[in-house]
Ligand binder design. Sequence first.
Ligand SMILES: [Zn+2]
Length: 397
Amino acid sequence: MGTQVIRDVRPLGAAAVDVVLDRATVEAVLPAGSAPAHLPLLLDGRGQLLLPALVESHVHFDKTLWGMPWRPNTAGPTRNDRIANEQRLLPGIDVPIAERAGPLIEHCIARGSLHFRSHVDAQTAFGLRHVEAMLALRETYRDVIDLQFVAFPQAGMLINPGTRDLMRAALELGVDIVGGIDPAGIDRDPIGHLEAVFAMATRYGKGVDIHLHDPGELGRWQMERIADMTQAAGLAGRVMIGHAYCMGAFPTADLAPLADRLAALDISIMTCAPPHTTVPPVAWLRSRGVNVCSGSDGIRDAWSPMGNGDMLERAMLIALRYGWSKDEELAMAFDIVSAGGARALGVESYGLAAGCRADFVLLAAENLAAAVVDRPAGRTVVSRGRIVARDGVYTGH
Ligand SMILES: [Zn+2]
């Protein structure tokens, strides 16, 4: 695999180009038809769109039931009901985690995602089983994808003695990020929870990623404390807040001081754009410089049978949730599942320009807006200069 060329593709819908690759890197982007004829052909794009690889910024691969027979959802209505439901259900599943998460990862790759952040449960009901299984699975796909893990205290941290020890063990085993969940709503001690999270992040030199479902003023107050602690710990650019439903409860004018702090500290906001609750005002946040990314959250698991891991479909769901229909709005939805995710996850050399990593999705669409609306099947995926999916099917690593 030396120098190769992808001919006749339209970057984000622009005029057709040839993309010259030097192994895993984009060497040059030339007008279509002008790349030297002697270069080996990696792909003839035949006028398809060329998109940067999609970024899945929030998923729970370790708990998926992907590939198993349909399982009617048995969870009760509250968050604690759902936590208890999966604590009952998952230990009885006889298909190993790798045989559920592995095929799902391959499915996501075939849909065009090559950069992932997965939360992995570090809770006493499961011990380190999920962490160990996912760390092993990461090795299987290390030549194809970037896969970050968050040590996730799904059932609470302070209220579940032993959880902090599991999280520390997970970080020592190679998990990348310290997780947290509803410091007030679940742990009932927001300052204690956040201090523990940031102490671990400081001790192990890790970033932070906190699920925050807590509503209204309670949620906003915790976001301010997360900003305080991010600043105090020197973790600017390495903190993500997931969901942040609370931000949807206020007029944007009331959120300006908080948004400006998020922007200054480069704290990313992750939204799945759920239809059932308030959502952060992402277009406004972006206009104030706050980075926004997105994810599937759970996919076909004990929480919900929903989800298919297609981040282009997630872009469409974002547009639907926010009522976006203009081309520039649909482009913004795409940016959230691509460049926004790359910034949140710290993906280096991301994009389509010379010097970027050759991580692409090719698909047949008239333009970027149409790609978001239509979510075409039959995608071709290039990872680090190698074809890893053809016509929507994972082709191996
Ligand atoms: Zn989640």
